[in-house]
Design a binder for this molecule. Structure first.
Ligand SMILES: Cc1cc2nc3c(=O)[nH]c(=O)nc-3n(C[C@H](O)[C@H](O)[C@H](O)COP(=O)(O)OP(=O)(O)OC[C@H]3O[C@@H](n4cnc5c(N)ncnc54)[C@H](O)[C@@H]3O)c2cc1C
Length: 390
């Protein structure tokens, strides 16, 4: 395969930024361009805080990447010509010899009526819309959160800790925490939900959402003044790379994180799902998006130096979530992602969770600072002969 010279990184989230910043350090001879529809990096793992009305940090991308030798283009990609190595964006066609797709995911609302009557908080716009609606609620109003995963727990507890005068229900199709929390963690979780007076409605699959009520498969109804929808995430890569996972729309990759259908394209973070067994499940998560970005960068740098790319090995040591600002829950894993009996809750859990959230931006800043230091010692990075006709 040809040696990379010109790399386009689509998506400046956790995975894309980690990849671009590490690649700049490892292969400074490459032209690297980061493309994102937004002008700022958003800490998605804080969006439940934004939904509850808190201000969360945003990091302007031009300033974040300044001095690194990486070019930033604000553009939304809407199609991809993989064989022709061309990305179609709202500012024109961008050509590349290597593309890294790091476009993340968004919430899914496939249940009839969910899109119209519920709000997903999977992106900044949704979290802000939710915050505005939450601020308008009056004492005693019912709030429903649908979904049984960590995001639903983080959201409903953040809301209940912020405005305890409202009524909260968490609705999930299965049993809460089943298969991803061990017994000790489940006890801590239940104690926190009880303390916040959150009603858990489990084994209830919502069949449709109507204005002001959730309707289950048996016709039972649950009223709400505001409904947060956190049931499911779906990858959002532009254009059709033939093979993807049906449910999550993630693009399938090999163990080296290259698209099966087009190995000159890497797919990382929520956008991609490695097909081979890499030692643990490649869950859609920030905790795996950062190492995937680093691994893809190391592989591209290796190829630029004529070496073979290496398979990724996933180590998934823990999962943690906030349950409001003062309480957290940390579930420890074996390296393969299976559960350990040990968990951490309460204020200690909150401390660990907040440290891990801060680590993500600290890590990106550290990569940025290293890229900047290196760039000062080098001739200017090659620039992209950029945009063709839109
Ligand atoms: C409320 C909430 C809490 C969470 N908490 C945790 C947690 O505690 N731990 C954890 O591990 N995970 C958590 N997650 C999941 C985590 O946020 C995602 O898995 C992670 O953000 C994925 O990183 P990424 O880099 O793949 O994508 P993202 O961070 O989503 O970044 C994707 C980027 O691509 C850009 N983009 C997308 N499409 C286009 C396009 N067509 N053109 C141009 N740009 C585009 C977007 O603007 C964005 O900047 C949480 C998610 C939510 C919503």
């Amino acid at each position: 395969m040809d040696t990379p010279t010109d790399v386009l990184v689509l998506g400046a989230g956790y995975a894309g930024l980690a990849c671009a910043l590490r690649l700049r350090q490892r292969a400074p001879q490459l032209a690297i361009t980061v493309v994102d529809a937004r002008a700022a990096f958003v800490e998605r793992i804080r969006l439940h805080q934004r939904a509850a009305g808190q201000t969360i940090p945003q990091h302007p991308l031009p300033a974040l990447l300044a001095g690194t030798g990486i070019e930033f283009v604000q553009a939304r990609a809407h199609d991809l010509d993989a064989p022709g190595r061309a990305l179609h964006t709202d500012v024109g066609v961008m050509r590349f010899d290597r593309l890294v797709i790091a476009t993340g995911s968004t919430g899914t609302t496939t249940v009839p009526g969910a899109r119209e009557h519920a709000i997903t908080i999977a992106d900044l716009a949704g979290a802000e819309a939710f915050a505005a609606a939450f601020a308008r609620l009056r004492e005693g109003d019912p709030v429903c959160v649908v979904g049984g995963g960590p995001t639903s727990l983080e959201l409903v507890t953040e809301l209940a800790a912020t405005r305890p005068e409202l009524h909260y229900a968490l609705v999930c199709a299965g049993t809460l925490g089943e298969s991803w929390l061990a017994a000790s963690a489940l006890r801590k979780l239940q104690a926190r939900l009880d303390a916040l007076r959150i009603t858990v409605v489990s084994r209830t699959a919502i069949a449709r959402v109507e204005a002001g009520r959730l309707v289950d498969g048996h016709g039972g109804a649950l009223p709400f003044a505001l409904c947060g929808w956190t049931a499911g995430m779906r990858a959002q890569a532009p254009g059709a790379l033939a093979q993807h996972d049906d449910a999550s729309a993630r693009l399938r990759t090999d163990a080296c994180l290259r698209a099966i259908a087009a190995p000159w394209i890497s797919v990382i973070g929520d956008a991609g799902r490695p097909e081979p067994d890499l030692g643990a499940d490649a869950a859609m998560s920030c905790r795996l998006a950062l190492p995937a970005g680093i691994h893809a960068a190391e592989n591209l740098a290796a190829q630029a130096q004529g070496r073979a790319p290496q398979p990724w090995r996933i180590r998934d040591s823990l999962r943690c979530m906030s349950l409001g600002r003062d309480v957290g829950l940390v579930q420890l894993h074996h390296a393969d992602g299976s559960l350990r009996a040990v968990s951490l809750g309460g204020a200690a859990g909150a401390f660990v969770k907040e440290r891990i959230v801060r680590f993500t931006t600290w890590f990106l800043r550290r990569e940025r600072d290293r890229a900047r230091r290196l760039s000062r010692a080098l001739p200017p990075a090659p620039r992209r002969a950029m945009v063709g006709a839109a």
